[in-house]
Design a protein around this ligand. Structure first.
Ligand SMILES: *Cc1c(COP(=O)(O)O)cnc(C)c1O
Length: 371
């Protein structure tokens, strides 16, 4: 699905030098590369504070701890997402409330959010799935109206622009109270291990996020609240400093591959290409087709025989996952998500796809669906 090896080969001297300089300095934890990355990412995103942390799941957890949400409070999120989004809500003793998504963008349906709000609701967690922003303008107005926090799960959308109705733009993750991202190797800005970050424009909240991620500490060895240990290590930050400079080029390479796929599959009666939202640029963390009337698992197996990986993101809606099943939900409650889980398939998507590969992949997909 990704080709991290070829990508590394293009930037090898810079990456190797960045890693070596951390080893030479032995500043493995909180070294200068971490500070440098924080500042570069703040500038890139146009956000006041970036707080690096251990991974994207930690970012979501620390964000929710810092906002002071209490056990029993309800947090609304998408039924169609990676498990981490709901996991931290459950882990902290909050109640995850899932709602259905828009069939075109795969992102939170604002009307479904509105209907799910109760007096116990404290926060909304929009997920910018597959690289495209959720309808943030509507979600933010719902949040203001009901005094709810908004934590953006921007793990799949670093670099995407949300476009407001007046034409102004903000980066994914910088619109709500806190934005969360992941630098997992296969993410759009991936390091060579685990990494993550939180973003906010609120000074007091930034201090709290920093403190929660550092054992609840403000003054050394004085712990004002219960925290966790979640850090981005210096070697990962040094790698990210090299790759951040190329993030826009990487997004462009992904869009080029997506355009190629679009052209091959558009107007096909059995394949629905990704719908580009007018409110967001798309950074194509995934290129995901919705199939119509074909044996999707057969397609996946056919592609595998030709050495083409294809993945099902995600095969099971959150409300049908064993760990999250409860009496509140049953099969049929979220028809859009359930339909997507049964019909989507994601094709290889990364920064190194060349025309020969794209031609090979599209020909194979068409061979199967046209037979
Ligand atoms: C990857 C991902 C996460 C978790 O990030 P990790 O760094 O793997 O912990 C959370 N939410 C979404 C939507 C993701 O894609």
């Amino acid at each position: 699905m990704v080709d991290l090896k070829s990508q590394y080969e293009h930037i090898k001297p810079e990456i190797d030098q960045a890693i070596q300089s951390v080893i030479d300095s032995t500043a493995f934890i909180n070294g200068p590369s971490v500070r440098q990355f924080q500042e570069s990412l703040e500038k890139y995103l146009g956000v006041k504070h970036v707080i690096p942390c251990g991974n994207g799941t930690d970012a979501l957890q620390v964000a929710m701890m810092a906002l002071g949400i209490k056990p029993g409070d309800e947090v609304i999120t998408s039924d169609f997402t990676f498990i981490a989004t709901a996991e931290v809500i459950a882990l902290l003793g909050f109640t995850p409330v899932v709602v259905d998504v828009d069939p075109d963008t795969f992102n939170l349906d604002p009307e479904a959010v509105r209907k799910a709000i109760t007096p116990k609701t404290k926060a909304i967690v929009p997920v910018h799935l597959f690289g495209q922003c959720a309808d943030m303008e509507t979600l933010m107005s719902i949040a203001h109206e009901h005094k709810l926090y908004v934590v953006e799960d921007a793990c799949q959308a670093i670099g995407a622009d949300y476009i407001f109705k007046d034409g102004s733009r903000k980066k994914a993750g910088t619109i709500g109270d806190v934005g969360c991202t992941s630098f997992f190797p296969s993410k759009n800005l991936g390091c060579y291990g685990d990494g993550g970050a939180m973003y906010t424009n609120d000074d007091a909240l930034a201090a709290k996020l920093r403190s929660v991620a550092n054992h609840g500490m403000v003054v050394r060895y004085y712990h004002d609240m219960v925290g966790v240990n979640s850090r981005l290590d210096s070697i990962q930050a040094a790698i990210l400093n090299v790759k951040l400079q190329r993030l826009d080029d990487y997004s462009e390479a992904r869009r080029k591959a997506a355009n190629w796929y679009d052209k091959a599959f558009e107007n096909h009666p059995k394949l629905k290409i990704p719908v580009r939202s007018p409110d967001s640029t798309h950074v194509f963390h995934q290129y995901t087709l919705v199939t119509n009337n074909i044996d999707r698992n057969g397609l996946q197996a056919f592609l595998a025989e030709k050495n083409i990986p294809a993945m099902i993101y995600y095969p099971v809606p959150l409300h049908m996952q064993k760990a999250y099943r409860d009496e509140r939900y049953k099969e049929g409650d979220f028809p859009v998500t359930e339909h997507l889980c049964n019909t989507v398939i994601s094709l290889p998507m990364h920064t190194e796809l060349d025309e020969e590969q794209l031609e090979y992949i599209t020909a194979a997909v068409l061979e199967y669906v046209n037979r």
